[in-house]
Design a protein around this ligand. Structure first.
Ligand SMILES: O=C1C[C@@](O)(C(=O)O)C[C@@H](O)[C@@H]1O
Length: 162
């Protein structure tokens, strides 16, 4: 069972609750993250949250999960290892080979998440650089998708070596 989960939200997801509420609903990201922390406590797992509008910052944060990256010193004691990642990469889903490569490099199992049903929208949203590498893909459940992803990862994801 995963001990530590990293929840990543990409560009414009800091605007959840304000942005196109007919598509993304009225719940803010800070509410989602607070609920995630509460849910994690109930499930007995740790959760870290991270949001950035910047592709490189997301790549750095993914690398840090493996003790790599520009912000990690050679002398740093290895941090507690992240055993699963839940990522809503926002628009980077459809454009970013760099985020895909970072996830492949750290080789940590991840769930791809979208609040909206990306298959029922513009055709460019149907392609993802992440899906074929993901353990699971959640979309169209609204912000409930975050709860579903955390429960799935905490209760059902088998982590090699644990
Ligand atoms: O920013 C987003 C949010 C999104 O990932 C979602 O959660 O539904 C869907 C993406 O296509 C879009 O660019």
């Amino acid at each position: 069972m995963p001990r530590r989960i990293l929840l990543i939200n990409g560009p414009n997801l800091n605007l959840l609750g304000k942005r196109e509420p007919h598509i993304y609903g009225s719940t803010s990201l800070s509410d989602i993250e607070a609920q995630a922390r509460q849910q994690a406590r109930e499930l007995g797992v740790e959760i870290d949250t991270f949001q950035s509008n910047h592709e490189g910052a997301i790549v750095d944060r993914i690398q840090e999960t493996a003790g790599w990256g520009p912000n990690v010193q050679e002398t740093d004691a290895p941090g507690e290892k992240v055993s699963a990642i839940i990522i809503n990469a926002g628009a980077l889903t459809h454009t970013s080979v760099a985020v895909r490569d970072a996830l492949a490099a750290v080789a940590i199992p991840f769930v791809e998440l979208h609040v909206s049903n990306v298959h029922a929208r513009e055709t460019f949203r149907a392609h993802s650089y992440l899906s074929d590498k993901a353990v699971a893909v959640i979309c169209g459940m609204g912000v409930y998708g975050y709860k579903a992803a955390i429960e799935f990862v905490a209760k059902h994801l088998k982590i090699e070596g644990e």
